[in-house]
Structure formats: C-alpha cells, structure tokens
Design a protein around this ligand. Structure first.
Ligand SMILES: Cc1cc2nc3c(=O)[nH]c(=O)nc-3n(C[C@H](O)[C@H](O)[C@H](O)COP(=O)(O)O)c2cc1C
Length: 398
C-alpha cells in the first residue's frame, strides 16, 4: 500500500512529506516535480505569496542515483517566506507575543472551528496548517506518483472548465489538445474567448475586494480496466478519488463522467453500451494498447463502473468555492471582545482555481498509483512490469 503524510505550517521553516510503500527501481526526476510545483504557482488571480516562493523539492531519502530504493521516500520544500516569520512562528516559548494574535475569524476558513476545537486563543495556530500552502506538498507527492505511473503509459492532465459563471467550450478538441492549450493559458483553459472573459471577471472581483472559485476537470489516459474493486466500500476507485479530491482546501463537489447530469437523464441516455470487435482498443490516448476487443459507444461513466476502472479515460470534474479571505472583509466577531467586526485579512489570492487544477491532477495521480500498485504490486519496477504484462496478456486472451 502506498501512503503519505505531509507536515508543515504555511509560514514555518519548511514542508515535509513522507511517502511509504514505494517499490524499488522507479526512475525519479526532481526536475519534473519542480515543474509541477511551478505550474501550481501559476494562474491569473494569484496573490503576493507566489512572488516570494520558488518552490523546489529536496529529496531527503529513499532515492539513490536517480532510482527509488524501496525505502520510505521523503521530501523537504523550504518556505522562503520563513525569514520574515522567524519570531512570529518560532518554536521557542520566549518568542510568544500576544499582541500579534489573530482574533477575527474569517468566514469560510477553519479559523473559528479550529480555535474552539483546539482551545487556541490565536487563530494563527489554526490557519497556518489549514492553509492551502499544504497543497505544495500534495503536488510534490502527486508529481512523484506520476513518475510511478509513467513507465506504464498512464498520464494525468488537469484544466479549467469554468471560473465564476464563465464556462469554456471545448467542443471538437481531444483531451490532449485541450490540455496543450490550457498549459499556455493564464487561467489554464483551452477556450481563448472564455479565457478573456475569465481574466476580466477576476480583475472585476479584485477591484471590489471579492473572490472567485471555479470548476476544473481531471483526465487520466492509459488506465487498464480493473484498478480498484467492487468488493469493499473503502477500496472503490471512484470513492477513493472523491475523498482525495474533496480533501483539497476549498473543494466542495466532485463528479465522475456525466455526474449530476446522469440524475436528470433516462438510463438509455446514460449507460455506455458494450460492443465487441477484436480490432478495437479499450484504452485510447496511450502508448500502451490493451486490445480486449470489448469497447463502448460512449464514456458517460467517466472511466469507472462498479468501483473499478473500465479502460476508458477517467473524467472527473471538481468544484472549488471562492477564496475565503476577502479584501472587502465579511462580517465576523472578535474572539476576545465578542464585538461585531470585519473578518481579518491575510495576503490572499482572488482566484486559485487554475492552481487547484494542478493540485487535483496530483491528488488523482497518487490515488491511481496506489490502485495500480495494489493490483500489480511487487517490490521492484521489474516485478510490477512483469505482473502488468501478464495481466494484459490475460485480458487480451479472455
Ligand atoms: C491552490 C489553492 C490556493 C488557495 N489560496 C487561498 C488564499 O490565498 N486565501 C484564502 O483565503 N484561501 C485560499 N484557498 C482556500 C482555502 O484554503 C480554503 O477556503 C480553506 O482551507 C477552507 O476550505 P475548506 O472548508 O474546504 O477546508 C486556496 C485553496 C487552494 C486549493
């Protein structure tokens, strides 16, 4: 089983990640992880913090001469902003300073629930860990997971479908085309007309001290049928993906394939009919070809049925709420005086949905890598490759 932990406060010295259960022999390129960390920092509407940080992963264990050893892999990522916070985030008791306490909880954040639950008088004790700075760690772990999937031709891509009430039109584009265009877009979308409107909307919200959310889509290509299982609730692939995505800060909805739209249609307009032709491939858009001969006329299910991948592209859409910190603050109550007041204001993004798409990509990559190793697991890349090849052979001759 692949599992990971993250640790670190937003303005603490560094972020720490430990990934356990990684087999030996997988090539690791820290440059690719750094590239994903850079992608997470992009996007029109990000705040001042992104100008300070240049996130860079340090591999601290589990990798030697560019290959995994089978031992726990750990990463460190420095917070460059730490130098401005050494006293305010110090571990030493003599640095305590009640005057700098944050006491006006922001609606939509962990602030109020956190101080009540953990019995803290300074909201900073909560917001530092609740902060989406932790998505740096999740991006690094997910980017590493992509390197577990890539020897098997599995790719994960994320892009924006909508920001606020502006929706992109992707009609006629393949997943690869949509992704390639989105990589060039400041709002990570393939529709240039929508892009312009999204930027205009972000500017408008920035001027009024307001914020925005959005919907992003994650696609995974090259999945074989049979990742996840129908046999136990907590091992179903769709459930695992939804849990992982919902745990990203500010994510409030996840749908797979047609998702909520399925509920409005009749069965005959939803389910992907099954056909057989030995010349057909079940998995499109991947260098690996899995010719079982079974194929579908549509992919409304979004690549999973019965808690298992079905060989079609995985399609997941994810809804992010607007950023909770508003420069025109919402109403709150001061924790000390209990007087009505404006919520506190931290340096903040206006819209982080394009960045969240990169985080979503990573989170999905980890879940897929975990399900892949569960199915084809072994202690080394060579052993896993053998297991994978023999499974492909088995389903080919089904
Ligand atoms: C990539 C990313 C960047 C974010 N940046 C900010 C930010 O700058 N300011 C802010 O108030 N919230 C930001 N958020 C959202 C908060 O972290 C989130 O609203 C908060 O943790 C509470 O959300 P929850 O109730 O879903 O946990 C960001 C979220 C993500 C995914």
């Amino acid at each position: 089983m692949l599992r990971y932990f993250t640790a670190g406060e937003s303005h603490g010295p560094c972020l720490t990640m430990i990934i356990d259960g990684v087999p030996a022999g997988f090539p690791v390129d820290p440059g690719k992880i750094n590239h994903d960390l850079w992608r997470r920092q992009q996007g029109y509407g990000r705040g001042g913090r992104m100008l300070i940080e240049r996130d860079e992963v340090q591999i601290r264990s589990g990798v030697r001469w560019g290959e995994t050893l089978g031992s726990p892999v750990s990463f460190g990522i420095e917070n460059r902003d730490w130098k401005n916070w050494t006293k305010k985030m110090s571990a030493a008791p003599e640095d305590r300073d009640e005057k700098i306490a944050v006491t006006k909880p922001r609606p939509g954040h962990a602030d109020l629930n956190g101080v009540l639950k953990y019995d803290r008088s300074d909201i900073r004790d909560i917001l530092e860990r609740a902060s989406a700075r932790d998505t740096v760690s999740r991006t690094a772990v997910g980017s590493f997971s992509k390197q577990i999937l890539s020897p098997f031709g599995i790719r994960v891509m994320g892009y924006i479908r909508s920001i606020g009430n502006i929706t992109s039109n992707f009609d006629g584009l393949s997943y690869d085309e949509a992704y390639a265009r989105a990589e060039e877009s400041p709002v990570r979308t393939a529709d240039s007309a929508a892009e312009e409107k999204m930027i205009g909307l972000i500017e408008e919200c920035k001027k009024e001290g307001n914020t925005l959310g959005g919907i992003f889509e994650i696609i995974a290509l090259g999945l074989p049928p049979g990742l996840g299982t129908h046999t136990q609730w907590d091992r179903k692939l769709d459930g695992r993906l939804a849990q992982a995505l919902m745990s990203i800060q500010a994510i409030k909805g996840v749908e797979i394939g047609l998702g909520f739209e399925m509920a409005r249609r009749r069965g005959s307009q939803v389910h992907d009919e099954i056909f057989f032709d030995p010349a057909k491939m079940v998995s499109e858009g991947t260098p690996r070809i899995v010719p079982t001969g079974f194929y579908r006329g549509s992919n409304n299910s979004g690549g999973t049925e019965g808690g298992m991948s079905n060989g079609a592209p995985l399609v997941v859409r994810v809804a992010m709420k607007p950023i909770s910190t508003l420069m025109s603050p919402l109403q709150s109550v001061d924790l000390r005086s209990k007087q009505q007041t404006d919520a506190s204001v931290e340096r903040s993004d206006v819209c982080a949905a394009p960045a969240a798409a990169v985080v979503g990509e990573s989170v999905v990559a980890f879940e897929l890598a975990n399900a892949f190793l569960e199915k084809f697991g072994g202690d080394s890349l060579r052993e896993i490759r053998r297991n994978y090849e023999s499974y492909l052979e088995q389903i080919k001759n089904f």
